[in-house]
Ligand binder design. Structure first.
Ligand SMILES: [Zn+2]
Length: 303
């Protein structure tokens, strides 16, 4: 059956009020078109990265953790912040042109690290999820497992010495070393190093001093890094001298909320970083922090 469409033609001059209305509608449509075009272009500009470069984005999610590591060939997300930051996290990732992740690592199942885990799995294309082999008796953990199941993402339980590669990045897991205790979730945290060429980043979730000692004794020099994601939001329960000395970073990244009730980062840790002449960036002071690297050197991207 043939369908014929009639063109709608408006003739000006018959009704002045209607003419004005039609002109206003036409102008609005043009303005909307221009606005959308500018939005799209600025998004593409933000999303574009030179080939061979990698960016590390410590996203400001308040009192929580979420770090995006991007290359032109693959994306990794380490933790997904607290549920309060859902809109901020989603908007940030979209503004970066991120649509999918090769790996999403949940360091441990506390709400400030997995709070938006279900949103990430539901709304982005996630290939694999890496998490410690431990269950949390919480709604957000159940929601996360449900989302992983529904999305059909591969679920990998973190094992020490396992390595994963994507887009020039190598993830090497150090901990958890033994069995995880569900009553001690901080110490179930995944400790891992991510390398891009010669540049290394060390992540340890909220692992405390006991785990740091175990990891240090087992891996020693392998903890050596350039960029250190300061453990447990800068708490004194983590960041022991021996672990920090082995890491010996030049740049320390702290993720914590403005005026948080834990007092993170603790004064002792801030002083230790200062004494060691470490460059520090923190989300409560600096907002989102972006570091770029070409695999040899790295630099802070600041306006
Ligand atoms: Zn935490």
């Amino acid at each position: 059956m043939k369908t014929s469409y009639k063109r709608i033609r408006y003739k000006f001059g018959k009704n002045k009020k209607l003419d004005v209305l039609v002109i206003v509608i036409m102008l609005c449509a043009v303005a909307l078109g221009i606005y959308n075009y500018i939005q799209e272009q600025s998004m593409l500009a933000a999303a574009s990265m030179k080939d061979g470069e990698c960016e590390i984005h410590m996203i400001d999610v308040g009192q929580g953790d979420s770090v995006l590591i991007r290359t032109n060939e693959g994306n990794v997300l380490v933790d997904a912040g607290t549920a309060d930051a859902e809109d901020d996290l989603r908007d940030y990732l979209i503004s970066q042109g991120v649509r999918d992740f090769d790996y999403v690592v949940f360091t441990h199942p506390h709400e400030d690290h997995i709070g938006n885990g279900d949103m990430i799995i539901d709304e982005f294309d996630v290939e694999s999820v890496i998490m410690p082999d431990v269950q949390a008796d919480t709604r957000c953990f159940e929601d996360l497992l449900l989302s992983i199941d529904e999305a059909g993402a591969e679920l990998i339980m973190a094992k020490p010495k396992a390595t994963y590669k994507v887009g020039g990045l190598t993830l090497k897991i150090f901990a958890p070393i033994g069995e995880c205790d569900p009553d001690d979730l901080n110490n179930c945290s995944i400790v891992m190093r991510i390398d891009y060429g010669e540049v290394s980043m060390l992540f340890s979730g909220d692992a405390e001093k006991a785990v740091e000692r175990e990891v240090y004794e087992r891996y020693g020099d392998e903890l050596d890094c350039d960029i250190y994601k300061v453990a447990h939001h800068g708490s004194v329960t983590s960041n022991s001298d021996e672990f920090f000395s082995a890491a010996s970073p030049d740049l320390a990244l702290i993720s914590c909320g403005v005026g948080n009730s834990y007092g993170h980062p603790h004064r002792e840790i801030v002083d230790m970083l200062d004494r060691n002449d470490i460059t520090v960036r923190r989300t409560d002071v600096d907002g989102d922090v972006v570091v770029a690297t070409d695999g040899e050197k790295y630099w802070l991207k600041e306006e």
